[in-house]
Design a binder for this molecule. Structure first.
Ligand SMILES: Nc1ncnc2c1ncn2[C@@H]1O[C@H](COP(=O)(O)OP(=O)(O)OP(=O)(O)O)[C@@H](O)[C@H]1O
Ligand SMILES: [Mg+2]
Length: 488
């Protein structure tokens, strides 16, 4: 072939080879299903139904939507690998980019992809069967003559589209059977994934309903946005080349503020520490979650920090969005900004943690234990200035005082830091100090009042002393009457 002086050879890809390679773009069942759901949402579906026939002789998975549907020509175009260029401009609500997802996601899980679609009067179907492509070594699609006979097609009553996966070689194993249990587990994970990545669509205005085998999926909002104890920090919105980027940092409620069920739910599957970080949404669809984009380490101290980033689909190239919509990288100017945000965030999240800790002087409270920070070392010691301890010590004979000091040193120097750290990191909600019986607290308070009275302190000063010290401060209701007696 020549074009003026330049010579060309036609070199189309080998169908039988390339079609197999298209299967290995790194999808899992959950990312593949999400990619197909993307198409349904883009097509304006209000109701998306996922079906999984795992016990039938021929296991199959179906995704049915009530979106716009397609004409026969649109369907054929949709079936074409690379039907649209990633360089094309897209509608502002389009979740697609590459013209590949339907095919690559489906082929990653099955060897037979059927699409049945209805638009107006037109009901059409087309099938990619990878075995047929392999045998003929040509990009051939089958056109079934009875689209209505396809599994689940009878439920396509108005406009809409049905995607069916059969020959699930990777899900049920080449010999079929055997790993069926694993498929159920994967389906369960996929349902959780969809509740997560589409949570903004599943809740609120213009709500989309998604079900799996008729079980409605519920939105899972990783920001626990509606809880009153969730701290919403000031917005950090910015623009890049005129395009808006919304950045909303949040500190999740401390476990004191939520029920233990909620605490576990919002931890996410792997727990709070791995799930801290940025959550990137593209057109309201979650792309990446729980990463600081290598700008910071995931620390126990920042485990409640999560930052929502919202980008439009016009920034895909800058963010390096991949075909699976499961990875992205912030462009350099955004990285700079994000770095500042992470550094700032480390603070409120720490405060949330300290508030419950041994108490801080800033909170006007005298704890029994005190936190001592020296350069970058932190240690804990018994607070010798605590009124109860002080009063007790002053009542001792000089040699007993030495014994007493040694005793306290023994206790404070043997704080089991490692085991505490381990327990608090693994399961903070089950770790607690041993509660002191009410009667003992009263006795301690009464003793202290007596000592302070003997020092001729006026009643108000005595009350202030008690009010500032643990455990009286936190159990005030139980001892307040002792002070009334004093005033009288
Ligand atoms: N459920 C559906 N309803 C209506 N049209 C659909 C549906 N699924 C796919 N299409 C059409 O088929 C086209 C190809 O879909 P495909 O998922 O392969 O690529 P894409 O969505 O354009 O981009 P990406 O590769 O990023 O997913 C879509 O652009 C859309 O026009
Ligand atoms: Mg798509």
């Amino acid at each position: 072939m020549t074009d003026g002086t330049q010579q060309y050879e036609l070199l189309p890809p080998r169908a039988s080879a390339l079609v197999e390679s298209l299967r290995d773009m790194g999808y899992s069942l959950k990312t593949a299903l999400a990619d197909v759901v993307d198409n349904s949402i883009t097509a304006g579906a209000q109701h998306i139904r996922l079906f999984a026939d795992t016990h039938e002789e021929i296991p199959a998975i179906g995704i049915l939507d009530d979106g716009t549907g397609m004409t026969k020509n649109e369907l054929l175009e949709a079936m074409r690998p690379g039907t649209r260029s990633p360089l094309d401009a897209r509608d502002a609500t389009d979740l697609g980019r590459f013209g590949l997802g339907l095919k690559t996601a489906s082929f990653s899980q099955c060897r037979r992809l059927t699409v049945v679609t209805r638009k107006g009067e037109e009901l059409s179907a087309a099938v990619w069967d990878l075995d047929a492509v392999a045998t003929r070594d040509e990009w051939v699609v089958e056109i079934p003559d009875a689209p209505g006979g396809v599994r689940w097609a009878n439920r396509l009553d108005g406009n809409g589209t049905l995607v069916v996966w059969e020959k699930l070689d990777r899900l049920v194993g080449a010999a079929q059977g055997g790993s069926g249990g694993d498929l159920l587990l994967q389906l369960d994970e996929a349902a959780t994934h969809i509740e997560f990545v589409f949570h903004r669509f599943l809740a609120g205005r213009g709500q989309v309903k998604i079900s799996l085998n008729d079980r409605p999926l519920e939105p899972f909002d990783p920001f626990h946005s509606t809880h009153p104890a969730t701290q919403h920090h000031p917005d950090e919105d910015m623009t890049l080349a005129g395009k808006p980027i919304r950045i909303r940092p949040v500190t999740l409620p401390h476990h004191d503020k939520v029920s233990s069920t909620e605490w576990r739910r919002y931890a996410g599957p792997q727990g709070y520490v791995p799930n801290q970080g940025f959550y990137l949404y593209r057109n309201r669809r979650l792309i990446v979650h729980g990463t600081w984009f290598r700008l910071a380490r995931k620390l126990e101290l920042t485990k409640l920090a999560r930052v929502a980033i919202d980008i439009p689909n016009t920034m895909d190239a800058e963010w390096k969005i991949d075909v699976k919509k499961a990875s992205a990288q912030p462009p350099p100017p955004v990285r700079k900004r994000l770095k500042k945000i992470v550094d700032r965030l480390a603070d409120p999240s720490r405060r949330t943690y300290r508030a419950r800790g041994p108490g801080q002087a800033t909170r006007n409270r005298l704890p029994v234990w005190t936190r001592i920070q020296n350069k970058n070392r932190v240690s804990y010691d018994i607070a010798h200035e605590h009124p109860t301890l002080q009063a007790f010590r002053e009542g001792l004979a000089p040699d007993q005082m030495h014994d007493y000091d040694r005793l306290l040193k023994l206790v404070s120097s043997s704080l089991p830091i490692d085991s505490l750290h381990h327990d608090v990191s693994a399961n903070p909600e089950v770790v607690d100090a041993i509660a002191m019986p009410k009667a003992d607290i009263r006795t301690l308070a009464a003793d202290l009042i007596q000592v302070l009275e003997a020092r001729d302190l006026p009643p108000d000063a005595i009350a202030n002393h008690l009010r500032s010290a643990d455990p009286f401060q936190t159990q005030w209701d139980d001892i307040a009457d002792l002070l009334d007696g004093l005033r009288r």
